[in-house]
Ligand binder design. Structure first.
Ligand code: SF4
Ligand code: SF4
Length: 333
């Protein structure tokens, strides 16, 4: 396995879970000594079999503790209806999925409040336990995402590190604005909409109540008749990821296993679209996600774009525009 670029941050690849600790040590997890360390992960939508396994989370917790840090597991309540939309409900889900204090050897925190952080002119609420932590390990299951193209480290932080209100804001900013003067009534956007929110006959219509702001219609329109209300979902995710990491030291572990068609928030993630590959570990979210996309493209070229209809690369390029670094050297352990 060779590096895509040779002058950037190191990203480590291993097929062996036992080697993740070594990779974290090479990324200087020793700097976490004496610090509270949030281990940010998605603890699983009920019914989805592809979530990060508790054993993997425990191995990260042990690495943090071995480095002298004080780890705790962290996720936030979701913005859509269901058991994970409120703290007590998500705590029960986490327990059922094996993320208990006893099994993890540390606190398991579901956050529902945040602290205001302004990044790139967007005011967001970073969940309080994350805001208060100087150090983080971001543990991400890589999969497709119907609205963002794929989900990795940037997505895990950008949507998972903020409050419900900020999650909704990121989506609302990506809602479409229609210019009838540029519209040919071709209907392509209606076909692209996963929610059936758009209809086109002799006029263009949208049911705003059915629109979660994925932006697929905007990306599908060839005439410029549709624009984002404020910005694309992928740009919003990158800005939010920057807000979550501002002033912190963070390490990233991407798990390239059970790479499903759709994300961990879906109780039915549909089919596996790429075979298991391994783990990528590094100190920059953009570098780890760029390496993730490069490696998956080498195994299944263009698979996320084909399965979701959304190009996943802009998520990384927006993060780079905000100061992250997607240049990396890959080292196999
Ligand atoms: S894709 Fe664009 S041009 Fe076609 S109907 Fe939709 S908004 Fe109009
Ligand atoms: S933003 Fe997404 S859900 Fe909303 S109308 Fe466009 S394609 Fe449909």
């Amino acid at each position: 396995m060779s590096a895509r670029k040779d002058n950037g941050t190191m990203v480590y690849f291993t097929e062996d879970r036992e080697q993740i600790g070594k990779a974290l040590a090479l990324c200087n997890i020793a700097a976490f000594a004496g610090q509270m360390v949030a281990v940010k992960l998605h603890m699983g939508e009920p019914g989805n079999p592809y979530i990060v396994k508790p054993e993997l989370a425990r191995s990260i917790v042990d690495s943090v503790r071995g480095a002298g840090g004080v780890p705790f597991l962290l996720d936030s309540v979701v913005a859509y209806a269901g058991e994970r939309s409120y703290r007590r409900g998500y705590e029960k889900v986490a327990q059922r999925h094996g993320f208990t204090h006893e099994a993890m050897g540390c606190e398991v925190i579901i956050a529902d409040e945040g602290v205001r952080v302004v990044e790139a002119g967007v005011a967001l609420e970073v969940v309080t336990p994350m805001y208060d932590s100087q150090c983080m390990v971001v543990l991400s299951h890589v999969k497709g995402h119907i609205q963002a193209g794929f989900g990795g480290a940037i997505k895990n932080l950008g949507m998972g590190g903020v409050t419900k209100a900020s999650k909704n804001l990121i989506h609302h900013n990506a809602e479409p604005v229609h210019n009838p003067d540029e519209c040919t009534l071709c209907g392509i956007c209606a076909e692209a909409c996963p929610m059936g929110a758009i209809s086109v006959d002799d006029e263009w219509h949208i049911d705003r109540d059915c629109c979660p702001g994925c932006g697929k219609c905007v990306l599908s329109c060839n005439t410029g008749a549709l624009t984002f209300k404020v910005m694309s979902l992928n740009e919003g995710l990158a800005i939010s990821a920057r807000a979550c990491t501002a002033g912190k030291t963070a390490l990233y572990v991407n798990s390239l296993h059970n790479i499903a068609d759709v994300c961990d928030c879906d109780p039915n993630p549909r089919q596996i679209i790429c075979p298991d590959i391994g783990y990528l570990i590094g100190a920059d979210a953009a570098a780890v996600d760029a390496a993730t996309l490069d490696i998956i493209d080498a195994v299944r070229p263009g698979v996320f774009k084909q399965s979701t209809g959304v190009d996943p690369r802009p998520q990384v390029s927006h993060a780079v525009a905000l100061g992250m670094n997607d240049h990396y050297s890959l080292q196999r352990l």
